[in-house]
Design a protein around this ligand. Structure first.
Ligand SMILES: [Zn+2]
Length: 283
């Protein structure tokens, strides 16, 4: 099984995790910029973080044969802190870089006016830089947050197929599918979405425009839940091609829209990668 985890925060994981992921078949990851658990007090703190997830972290991943890309943004939670607002002015410099395959994580945390403003500004940046957008849906009041996110996405003018709406569940999946965006599902150890619930969603809706991730970070999470979802699918009778589409070809297709996905040094990246001309500069 080859696995591309399209949403994982490796900066908060250990080298043991990298080893276990490599052993499990994880060959590529995307690391979205996010909140670090503790408030940052100035934009320079973001600069160092962004440099780390496009520099040090890809190097660390490469030691285990894993290809690492990033998405860059001011996260929804810190969008509320006026000290962090100047980060918006730093973004264009980062969005021009090779290893950056989307603007993200953007979206809502508490649905405040400040979040409205920063969300819309960053969708505009995605359009300006011709990049896909990775949108987080709030963990509280998810149904309303999802609907409001879809409204803002529509208003922005970005093509829905260039947006993934993440952390969806049984309640929010239908609205996202109807809007034409990619649907992201984060699989957690014992709350929210589980491998078994993911199998049921895939059975109902099929594999099209579906991304499955571990969203592993500094909280209780597990970078192998992508593998466990693949295993649960096989056990439920889905074939290997179906699993490969969900866990590899779909994330390649979504992030390939950046024109910057470079899997040239990943063993067995497969014909989908070459066939879609997504080598750097290829799209
Ligand atoms: Zn995340």
């Amino acid at each position: 099984m080859r696995i591309f985890d399209p949403h994982i925060h490796m900066t908060s994981r250990t080298t043991d995790d990298y080893q276990r992921m490599a052993d499990a078949g994880v060959r590529a990851v995307v690391e979205p910029a996010f909140w670090l658990g503790q408030p940052r007090t100035n934009p320079g703190s973001f600069t160092d973080y962004f440099d780390s997830i496009i520099g040090w972290e890809p190097f660390r991943a490469s030691q285990f044969g894993i290809r690492h890309h990033a998405t860059i943004a001011l996260n929804p939670k810190e969008a509320n802190d006026p000290r962090c607002r100047p980060v918006l002015d730093l973004l264009p410099r980062y969005l021009a870089k090779d290893g950056v395959v989307a603007v993200g994580e953007i979206g809502y945390d508490s649905m405040t006016p400040a979040e409205d403003e920063v969300f819309a500004a960053q969708l505009a940046l995605a359009l300006d830089h011709d990049l896909p957008a990775m949108v987080h849906t709030p963990h509280r009041d998810k149904a309303r947050g999802t609907q409001r996110s879809l409204d803002v996405i529509k208003e922005s003018g970005i093509a829905p197929e260039r947006v993934v709406l993440d952390h969806l569940n049984e309640v929010t999946v239908a609205a996202a599918r109807e809007a034409g965006v990619w649907t992201g599902f984060s699989i957690y150890p014992d709350t929210k979405m589980s491998p078994e619930r993911m199998v049921a969603i895939l059975r109902e809706f099929g594999p099209e425009r579906v991304l499955v991730n571990s969203a592993a970070d500094w909280g209780k999470s597990d970078p192998l839940l992508t593998l466990h979802t693949g295993e649960a699918l096989l056990k439920a009778g889905f074939d290997e091609d179906f699993v490969d589409r969900v866990l590899w070809r779909n994330p390649v297709e979504f992030y390939g829209q950046s024109g910057r996905l470079d899997l040239s040094d990943v063993a067995d990246a497969g014909p989908t990668f070459a066939g879609n001309s997504i080598l750097r500069g290829g799209s």
